[in-house]
Design a protein around this ligand. Structure first.
Ligand code: C2E
Ligand code: MG
Ligand code: MG
Length: 425
């Protein structure tokens, strides 16, 4: 009976109107969760959690605009357990209020301490579970906590997920308005991954939107992620909201987002989440400014050429040949490297091999055409697969198809011509 009951529960969780067969993993799952729940309660009672903070950075100045408070559970046997695992569990089991209260207090205490160590002109940003937010005394709880640590509403920002707008929308909006009138700033986290309703967004008293890491991860090579991120930025700016990109790990992601007008950045590229004593040391040295990725100066943007080939000697030979024509030449050995370069530098002309290790030149160009339509794209190939060539040409993804081995004079001529086309675009 117990096993049947479990199977029913899982069927319900899979969206109902379906069936599930009992399997031993289901009990193991439940047992693990029960054990974890008991340990969560214990950890709360014994103060086993710690807070780490990750900077949110202004993309133009490098100034720290805020520090997101992220809870950590160092478990004696299992190492660090991710909040992505235990926060939902706390929500299901009703422990979330105690946990959330603990976070609020820890963040306020840490901020107060940090202020005594260094100049802190930015707020701490706290994630609030919808279940906690919806409690009638939430606003009072925040005010009491601020008072207890002699903080003002400017010192704290709250981050909410779209799950908040599933129920009691009007009540939620009223509460947000009240918080805002007290001077607290509010962001929507993981925007676009939940239940965003544009109708509510229009009326929401919020200040910021965070682009989820899942859109940022492949932003330089996936046209859909790029399109969604750009749309979120445009939407936010038209609504007078600032935009933060989460999970920025590479300079290429940073440059792509920055060129598309993203305001603020957060991610391992700048800093991992760190405990507050590390912050104190760092602030004393840097004064709250983080180094932004730099770009080479003095690039002639009209003459940028990207060479993509997985053979080093071909790249070298091409470089030697074309260098004298005054191009600023970039090299890539894989399409991923090429996408990273495209995100950072405004490339005019691309010369790519057809046979690459992970893809073909024509497939690569089909993606580039969507992300960077103004580039002039040329294939230089030792073999010609007629189907892919015709497809690429018919889709307008390539400008010319040249063959290896090349005639030096011809190739230089073709490139000179390509740059003339590029200038007209
Ligand atoms: P979130 O609020 O969207 O937080 C961002 C997550 O991305 C954090 O994961 C952070 O460590 C991670 N992250 C930041 N930069 C990078 C990066 O460059 N690369 C990668 N791979 N990850 C990056 P974390 O700390 O594991 O937290 C996961 C989620 O758990 C949070 O997502 C938030 O929803 C929840 N959470 C964390 N702390 C709290 C809390 O105190 N209260 C509540 N209610 N939820 C929390
Ligand atoms: Mg967050
Ligand atoms: Mg997020």
């Amino acid at each position: 009976m117990r096993q049947a009951d479990l199977a029913i529960t899982f069927a319900k969780h899979s969206g109902r109107n379906t069936w599930r067969e009992y399997a031993p993993e289901l009990s193991r799952d439940v047992d693990t969760r029960l054990a974890l729940r008991a340990e969560l309660q214990k950890a709360l009672d014994h103060n086993h959690f710690v807070m780490h903070y990750q900077p949110i950075i202004n993309g133009h100045t490098g100034r720290i605009m805020g520090a997101e408070a992220l809870i950590r559970w160092p478990h004696p046997e299992r190492g660090f357990i991710s909040p992505a695992v235990f926060v939902p569990l706390a929500e299901e089991t009703g422990l979330i209020h105690a946990l959330s209260h603990w976070v609020l207090e820890a963040a306020c205490r840490d901020l107060r301490w940090l202020q005594s160590q260094a100049v802190v002109d930015f707020p701490f940003v706290i994630n609030i579970s919808p279940l906690h937010f919806q409690r009638p005394d939430f606003t009072q709880e925040v005010q009491d906590m601020l008072a207890r640590y002699q903080l003002t509403p400017k010192n704290v920002e709250i981050e909410l997920t779209e799950g908040l707008f599933l129920n009691n929308v009007q009540e939620t909006i009223d509460k947000l308005k009240h918080l805002q009138s007290l001077g607290l700033k509010i962001s929507i986290d993981d925007f676009g991954t939940g239940y965003s309703s544009l109708r509510y967004l229009k009326n929401l008293p919020i200040d910021k939107i965070k682009i989820d890491r899942s859109f940022v991860q492949e932003i330089v090579s996936d046209r859909n992620d790029a399109a969604i991120s750009k749309a979120i930025i445009g939407l936010a700016h038209h609504l007078n909201l600032r935009v933060v990109a989460e999970g920025v790990e590479t300079p290429a992601q940073y440059w792509y987002l920055k060129r598309n007008f993203c305001d603020e950045f957060q991610g391992y590229l700048f800093s991992r989440p760190e405990p507050v004593d590390k912050w104190a040391q760092r602030l004393q040295v840097t004064g709250g400014i983080v180094a932004l990725p730099t770009q080479e100066d003095n690039i002639d943007h009209e003459r940028t050429l990207l060479l993509l080939d997985d053979e080093e000697n071909i790249l070298k030979a091409l470089h030697r040949l074309l260098r004298r024509d005054g191009y600023k030449i970039f090299h890539a050995r894989t399409s991923q490297e090429a996408f990273d370069i495209l995100a950072v530098h405004p490339i005019r002309v691309i010369l790519s091999d057809q046979r690459l290790q992970e893809t073909t030149g024509t497939e690569f160009f089909a993606k580039v055409k969507n992300l960077y339509p103004d580039t002039v794209r040329i294939i230089l190939s030792g073999y010609s697969d007629l189907k892919s060539v015709t497809e690429a040409i018919n889709h307008g993804a390539i400008y010319k198809f040249l063959t290896k081995p090349w005639d030096e004079a011809d190739l230089r001529q073709e490139l000179a011509q390509a740059f003339k086309v590029a200038v007209r675009r």
